[in-house]
Design a protein. Sequence first.
Length: 277
Amino acid sequence: MTSGPQPPVRPAVRVTIAQLEVSDDASANVVVARGAFDEAQRVHADLLVLPEYASAFDRRGVGAAHAQPLDGPFVSALRERAAATGVAALAGVTLPGDEHDERATNAVVAVDGEGALVGLYRKVHLYDAFGSRESDRLRPGPSDAAPLVLDVAGVRFGVLTCYDLRFPESARRLADAGADVLVIPAAWADGDLKAMHWRTLAVARAIENTAAVVAVGMAGKGVVGRSLVVGPDGVVGLELDERPGIRTVDLDPAELRGVREANPSLANRRYAVVPRG
């Protein structure tokens, strides 16, 4: 007789989704992230996904005051816990500007199960919409930067951030780079129809790219939460409400292959994605 969660049956990859409530207290956020790693380790997860701005968040706007360097406390804690637990991680952080542009950068870091920092995605599409002006405080990442695709247990996870979800070209570029799963850490702003947009767009990105989608929202005031996991056929397999929560799913690459064989839309398309300057 066995007790407790059992490791995933390969080739499935186990992903823990941490819908966290994040504050502007950087030290407290490190503690919260460590707790998410503890849960991921308990359930034998291969990958932990934290939301956008996991290092620090203020719903009035995130900027230089919330930034930390890559060798700062938050990313260092991610690397330490990944090495200790064997769980890889994707997490939203805010990086400092420089002498040429003091605005901070909204980024996602990729840490492997040995604790190495193996990738960085700088958010391309800043949230200048619905009355917000993210570009006043943050600078965009280069649109022609190499896509961030992280290999975890043989499955390739491609990374977008929040508002990027509204731009299908970004997701398609990741599919072109070999992504099996699209991961979207987010602090999706609340408002009229916003939760509906979040869900609808996540499902659309899954269907049009025949890729699974792991959309991890932030919980708390001003954001919708409502993390979800969508199969490559568009079926929602997991969906949270607006409250903080941590859930774990197994993703089966055989399902992805089956959907892409039945619906070869990626092979049948006639247009390529070309970044604009």
